[in-house]
Design a protein around this ligand. Structure first.
Ligand code: NAD
Length: 366
């Protein structure tokens, strides 16, 4: 029995998470995996109930679990609170407490949705890439940092710093991911200018020796940004530092066209993974059964793959989603301008995915 902690959070978080949990439980049990779910509060919901965005008990529970499935946090109700007590603090804290150093953001385009991208369909059709971003080091955390007044001028500095252990562990995650996919890894850097990138090239090359089946390429970050919009299909897995990954993962995601479709995983040293949709709590959609649950469902598929070492049910979920979309079913956010379609709600979309998994039971719905 594997324990999964579910932190639905705020806004549409609970709406999409309950559907993802249903699909996860069904796909797992069909493949002989028994999961035990524990629901807990995070974000605004936790502030309302306990006066803090994340309790220590919840952190401990997450540490003792196999994986965490999260919805989204935040909303207008808590916007006026001081920054260090707001819902987002809960999210930042759980990421930090679990030591999540690798962020995985797939950008895959389902054939039925190529029209949602701002790029031409022939460029987009068949994109299936994964950005692995280092999440706890680099420019965003390096010291010294800060502002000063120097000879009457305002000055500010940040420091990009990585040690070899930080590079090695994220490189390993990327090689392992590539090994499960099309076995091609692109390391994205700026080694023509930055010593930090030169160290990345060295360490990534050293890790590559342990993964002889994975083909490794190095790509400058500026040309990579161009290639992502010109020839995105050439990429399988990309690995890069915090700063470059922040920018490139959003660029890659937007090629696919829809926020409601984007899953993510963050992996930590202790082997615990946190899985969450990229989107926020969408206060405009709350309580209308209008949210797209597919990003959360995609995150559940990543949980199976990365935390439970169960690629088959993960693939079954993705195939089911592809079949539902190919059959023409859409939540409101996926309907393109000028299209006339019957729109399905959040729960109905998850039901369709379950139907396409070949499951009769609609268990677990609350
Ligand atoms: P958002 O992602 O919540 O919404 C942006 C737009 O996308 C909205 O129009 C929304 O309706 C739409 N959208 C988002 N998810 C969707 C889904 N699953 N299906 C259909 N449409 C969807 O971002 P925002 O509006 O900038 O932020 C709203 C709140 O969410 C804020 O409080 C913000 O702080 C919080 N937020 C949380 C996270 C997180 O928990 N990881 C991330 C981003 C924003």
């Amino acid at each position: 029995m594997e324990r999964i902690v579910v932190l639905p959070g705020d806004g549409i978080g609970p709406e999409v998470t309950v559907e993802a949990q249903r699909v996860l439980a069904a796909a797992a049990s069909r493949h002989g995996l028994e999961l035990e779910f524990e629901d807990e509060l995070i974000g605004g919901a936790s502030i309302d109930a306990h006066g803090t965005p994340l309790r220590d008990e919840v952190v401990d529970l997450c540490r003792k679990s196999r994986a965490v499935l999260l919805g989204a946090v935040g909303g207008p109700k808590w916007d006026d609170m001081p920054v260090d007590t707001r819902p987002e603090r809960g999210l930042l804290r759980i990421r930090k407490e679990l030591g999540l150093f690798a962020n995985l953001r797939p950008a895959a385009v389902f054939s039925a949705l190529t029209g949602a991208s701002s790029l031409r369909p022939e460029i987009v059709d068949g994109i299936d890439l994964l950005v692995v971003r280092e999440l706890t080091g680099g420019l965003y955390f390096g010291e010294p940092r800060g502002r000063a007044l120097v000879e009457g001028q305002r000055e500010a500095r940040n420091t990009m710093v990585y040690d070899e252990h930080e590079i090695e562990r994220v490189a390993r995650v990327a090689f392992e991911s590539a090994g499960r996919r099309r076995r091609h890894l692109t390391h994205v850097h700026k080694a023509n200018v930055l010593e930090v990138s030169q160290l990345w090239v060295e360490v990534v090359e050293e890790v590559a020796r342990d993964f002889p089946d994975v083909e490794l390429a190095h790509q400058l970050v500026d040309s990579c940004a161009m290639l992502l919009v010109r020839e995105p299909k050439r990429f399988d897995v990309l690995v890069t530092s915090n700063l470059f990954g922040d920018i490139l993962s959003d660029e890659a995601a937007m090629i696919t066209g829809s926020l409601g479709m984007l899953p993510s995983a963050s992996l930590g040293e202790g082997g615990i993974g946190l899985y969450e949709p990229v989107h926020g709590s969408a206060p405009d959609l709350v309580g209308r059964d209008a949210a797209n649950p597919l990003a959360a469902i995609g995150s559940a598929a990543m949980l199976l793959e990365h935390s439970l070492d169960a690629p088959e049910p993960a693939r079954a979920i993705r195939d089911a989603v592809a079949a539902v979309l190919a059959a023409g079913h859409r939540t409101a956010d996926l309907v393109l301008e000028g299209e006339t379609r019957d729109v399905v709600g959040c729960t109905a979309m998850a039901d369709l995915v379950l139907d396409n998994l070949g499951l009769d039971e609609r268990d677990g719905r609350s």
